[in-house]
Design a protein around this ligand. Structure first.
Ligand code: NAD
Ligand code: UD1
Length: 338
């Protein structure tokens, strides 16, 4: 096995995955255009692993840059995180999302095959299930109608990568459908670093806790759930990162085409998260109930038994650790990596 190219490796999930890869002795090369990340995250990775992180500041749309990386480095597999991920922004800027995520991935895959590297792990999302046909969601659950261009880029890229694998079975393609990643590395030195007002629940809560926002808006309490607020499957980012290490092993064993849910199998409501965060950290999170957010669904959680059976992977961290670790990162780094 040669080196592992991690695209988007300076980002939230990518940087945590680089830690876990280096911890098991993998040789990693990171590519990121830093459009939504800071190179400092990689210094933090090095401080944890004691290893250098070879880094290329490059764009997946830049064919020449990719050619250079694949010519210089002996890359045997790609873990592909690079992409734009803000749901609301994708509605306002669909062209930019399709260009970056889809054209970017097509360019990457073309350069990969020209260099004989036909192993890829792709960051997909539970968003491809749309409003899920059944709960808990297994991989057999039909893909649904996405409510925004971001979701469609994931759904379409799953189709594109699957078709490429079916046409040429030298390819090994693993599609990982993440549920809701939160938490941070135990050290408190790495974590999620959103630009502007956070869209997602946990970074919003930690910004309320640190005093940057005065209260949380809870988007609707009239859903058909135990307390009326939306239920999701929150998963610790370190568990998610370890899932990629396991998927890589599967690639090395010639995976063909595989799809796995990466979730805990456990659903928590918005108010459950608020309560757990307050209890775990001894801080108060004031909140107000507001209108539902357009496009939201009531309930989404995984049946994660396939990943356990085929990858030997299972989430280890519970909600308490997710809340503690998210808070440790935010408290120690009120302005993220700045
Ligand atoms: P992130 O924004 O922290 O990481 C993505 C990284 O990709 C960033 O560092 C960004 O600078 C880089 N990037 C974007 N476009 C690029 C391009 N054209 N060329 C090179 N680099 C580029 O996001 P994340 O939360 O770490 O997510 C990683 C992946 O997982 C994304 O593909 C995202 O869509 C997917 N995902 C995330 C979640 C989540 O809740 N965080 C859920 C499901 C799927
Ligand atoms: C969102 C995206 C989804 C993406 C996922 C992970 C939407 C419609 N979907 O999912 O495509 O894959 O993030 O990145 O944005 N909430 C509040 N107040 C807030 C923020 C959130 O009440 O300020 C609620 C939401 O209504 C939801 C839950 O918290 O019930 C989780 O929200 P969020 O963290 O945004 O994740 P998802 O909606 O699951």
């Amino acid at each position: 096995m040669g080196k592992i190219l991690v695209t988007g490796g300076a980002g939230f999930i990518g940087s945590h995955t680089v830690v876990e890869l280096q911890n098991v002795g993998k040789e990693v090369v990171v590519l990121d255009n830093l459009s939504n990340a800071s190179e400092k995250s990689l210094e933090r990775v090095s401080a944890i692993t004691g290893k250098k992180v070879p880094f290329y500041k490059a764009d997946i749309l830049d064919r020449e840059a990719l050619e250079e990386i694949f010519s210089k480095e002996d890359i045997s597999a790609v873990i592909h995180f690079a992409g734009l991920k803000a749901v609301g922004e994708s509605v306002a800027k669909p062209w930019e999302y399709y260009e970056n995520n889809i054209a970017g991935t097509l360019t990457l895959v073309d350069v990969m095959r020209k260099h004989g590297c036909k192993n890829i792990i792709f960051s997909s999302s539970a968003t491809v299930y749309g409003d899920p046909a059944f709960i808990p969601i297994t991989e057999e659950c039909p893909k649904g109608v996405c409510t925004n261009p971001y979701g469609w880029t994931k759904s379409m890229l799953e189709q594109i990568l699957s078709d490429i694998q079916k046409a040429d079975n030298e390819w090994n393609v693993i599609l990982l459908r993440y549920f809701n990643p939160i938490g941070a590395h135990k050290s408190g030195t790495m974590g999620e670093n959103p630009n502007g007002i956070p869209n997602n629940l946990m970074p919003y809560i930690t910004q309320v806790a640190v005093g940057k926002r005065d209260h949380l808006n809870v988007f609707g309490n009239d859903y058909d759930t135990h307390d009326g607020t939306g239920v999701r499957d929150y998963i610790h980012v370190v568990d998610l990162a370890v899932g990629h290490v396991k998927a890589l092993k599967k690639i090395e064993e010639k995976a063909g085409l595989k799809i796995y849910n990466l979730g805990t199998g456990q659903g928590y409501s918005v108010l459950d998260i608020v309560k757990n965060f307050e209890e775990a950290n001894g801080v108060k999170i004031p909140y107000e109930i507001t209108e539902r957010r357009p496009g939201d669904i009531a309930t989404c959680y995984a049946d994660a038994t396939l990943a356990k059976k085929e990858l030997g992977w299972e989430a280890k961290y519970g909600i308490k650790e997710m809340c503690e670790d998210s808070w440790r990162w935010q408290k120690n780094n009120p302005n993220g990596y700045q």
